[in-house]
Write a protein that binds this ligand. Structure first.
Ligand SMILES: [Fe+2]
Length: 313
């Protein structure tokens, strides 16, 4: 048969993306930017260094939008109410307030950073603490200190480092790499580093503890509406303690303005019906003739705002 067994047609190709394996995670760059224009992967300076130990990466598949997940992690007020072992659950301390803090640019240039003093009572003062709680490495460390210096920030749209300094020489450094799946699903890769309790026997209890804490956040975030961050500030009440969240949103806007945001509404309107879209890969810069159309992108945040207003009208 003519043509049978000859080389595949030029259009028989799919997009492939650059990948890097690091920190026990495979990272893919989903886009067509040449390497020199891509945000570099976050450098974790203590990873692999003596005196530090990494836990096995905790993978969490959650049913909410990644921006909401990041905003929760950035919220210094939430620990008091969401995590029973971090605060007073909003009771027993009527004077509770978030200490003031300042935000600064992240040293690696793709986001911001903040640290603040976080009041946390020693475990024995809490009536609801169980023997099991006080046995955890986290709990023991906290009994020695009532003030924790904690904070974090963002790097790019979907990476959130968090530092928890229990004392000057006892630190957890946690890194959340949040993979957006769609408007209602996120896959979180949670890397926990520590510079104390270095015995590998502590890996399992710390891993289990982190899973419990994450479960408390997940239970709350499943209930947040709207699922995506509202565009208008008047549709939410933001307080001074939400400075970190506001700064994250400014960074998102700056990424939007580079034209990096998928036009989600246009995408969902047609994808799977009369269209199948692909995220363009770097290969599209050097060869044409691709079968699938590139995903629709928004030129900037203003375009997104305009589309929303049109819809509301
Ligand atoms: Fe939390």
């Amino acid at each position: 048969m003519q043509g049978y067994g000859t080389k595949p047609p030029a259009r028989a190709k799919v997009d492939s993306y650059p990948t890097v394996e690091k920190y026990g995670i495979v990272f893919a760059f989903l886009g067509d930017l040449p390497e020199s224009e891509r945000p570099p992967l976050l450098q974790i300076e203590e990873y692999g260094q003596p005196g530090w130990r990494a836990n096995q990466v905790l993978v969490l598949e959650v049913n909410y939008y990644y921006e909401r997940s990041i905003e929760n992690g950035l919220d210094p007020a939430h620990n008091e109410f969401v995590h029973p072992t971090h605060g007073h659950q909003g009771v027993n301390r009527e004077t509770y307030r978030v200490n003031e803090y300042e935000v600064e640019d992240h040293r690696q240039g793709w986001g911001f950073w903040f640290m603040h003093k976080f009041d946390s009572p020693p475990l024995p003062q809490r009536g609801h603490v169980t023997a099991k709680d006080s046995d955890t490495p986290w709990g023991d460390a906290k009994t020695q200190r009532t003030r924790i210096f904690a904070g974090g920030g963002t790097y790019g749209p979907n990476i959130m480092p968090t530092y928890i300094n229990l004392s000057e020489d006892k630190m957890f450094r946690q890194y959340f790499f949040e993979q957006p799946v769609d408007a209602h699903r996120t896959k979180i890769f949670f890397l926990n580093m520590r510079n104390f309790l270095l015995d590998p026997d502590n890996d399992a209890p710390i891993h289990a503890r982190n899973k419990v804490i994450a479960g408390q956040d997940i239970a709350l975030l499943l209930e947040v509406n709207p699922a995506m961050t509202p565009l208008s500030k008047s549709k939410e009440v933001l307080m001074p303690a939400d400075k970190a969240i506001a700064t994250y949103r400014e960074w998102l806007r700056s990424f939007d303005d580079r034209g990096w945001r998928i036009d989600w509404k246009e995408f969902t309107r047609r994808h799977g019906l009369d269209k199948a879209y692909a995220i363009p890969s770097p290969g599209r810069r050097t060869s044409g003739n691709w079968v699938l159309d590139p995903v629709p992108l928004l030129k900037n945040r203003a375009e997104r705002d305009l589309k929303d207003r049109d819809e509301a009208a």
